[in-house]
Design a protein around this ligand. Structure first.
Ligand code: HSE
Length: 299
């Protein structure tokens, strides 16, 4: 039995929701082909599109680890062969490691006749994240597996809540050609935050969720602010402030760092605005001599 699956890129954090909010976008994403084999063990046969950077040793590969975790929880005694086609940049803040973990877990589950629901696959894929950056965060793998916009209400126990979004909501993500490792971008964060910042941040998380449900674009826009993480991580992204200001001026509801960066996401009510913003942002990076790619998708 053999299957080919696609797992999408994801925008984690969504400004105010560090480690608890994320959503899937249409493209880019990873493609994984998995074939069952009689002998036990997960074998990574080949990886393309990674520029030779990813390990093919199963225990060091996020897809391999997620698949092994899944197999452990079943009575399946065979193994699997894996071909991983990276179709998105690594270290981009677009959930590249998560897409591979999610695709691996999803493919394995399909081949074993779906012993788990999509939500139940999240913990397996989270082990891939633990391997990739040292922290088993779920805000990329959960939306990659479940689609749409999700809230990780709690990690212990894991409580994942799919969030409704207004019909007209678009995202533009721009990926400048610089690499930021999630592990490093987590290490530079302050471990303690002042209570006043915490109050602002949780007010915004609640406001964003309420805004999405009420289709209240004003409330969504007011809530897309991050007073905790962005002030630190934005220092790693050249011209972040300029890009953000230009995007808001052009009509974005909000603009922030996608995951741990360097990609930047903007949410917009209308597709034309999202496309226009992609254009404006790419020009700002080009003027600085930085190449970039943009992706616009409906949420
Ligand atoms: N929540 C994670 C972080 C997402 O910000 O470190 C990484 O893509």
């Amino acid at each position: 039995k053999k299957i080919k699956v696609f797992a999408p890129a994801t925008v984690a954090n969504v400004a105010c929701g560090y480690d608890v909010l994320g959503f899937a976008i249409d493209s880019p994403g990873d493609e994984v082909v998995v074939e069952l084999k009689d002998e036990p063990g997960v074998e990574i046969v080949a990886i393309t599109g990674d520029g030779g950077k990813l390990p093919t040793d199963t225990t060091s590969n996020t897809a391999g680890v997620a698949m092994q975790q899944l197999i452990k929880k079943t009575d399946y005694e065979g193994g699997a062969k894996v071909w991983l086609h990276k179709k998105m940049p690594l270290g981009s803040g677009l959930g590249s490691s998560a897409a591979s973990s999610a695709a691996g877990a999803f493919a394995m589950n399909q081949l074993l006749d779906k012993p788990f629901t999509s939500a139940e696959l999240v913990p397996f894929a989270m082990e891939g994240e633990r391997l990739a950056c040292g922290a088993a965060h779920a805000d990329n793998v959960a939306p990659a597996l479940m689609g749409g916009f999700v809230l990780i209400r709690s990690y212990a126990p894991l409580d994942i809540v799919p969030i409704d979004t207004p019909e007209s909501l678009y995202c533009t993500v721009i990926h400048p050609q610089i690499e930021v490792a999630t592990k490093d971008a987590r290490q530079i964060l302050k471990k303690d935050i002042p209570l006043t910042d915490a109050v602002t941040q949780w007010g915004n998380v609640a406001g964003l969720i309420a805004g999405l449900y009420r289709k209240d674009y004003g409330l969504i826009s007011r809530s897309l602010q991050d007073v905790v993480i962005e002030p630190v991580r934005s220092l790693l992204i050249p011209s972040f402030g300029e890009i953000k200001a230009a995007s808001l001026k052009a009509g974005a509801l909000g603009c922030g760092i996608s995951g741990s960066g360097p990609s930047i996401f903007s949410l917009c009510q209308h597709q034309e605005v999202a496309l226009e913003i992609a254009h404006i942002q790419a020009k700002i990076f080009a003027d600085m001599g930085v190449t970039s790619e943009t992706y616009t998708s409906a949420i």
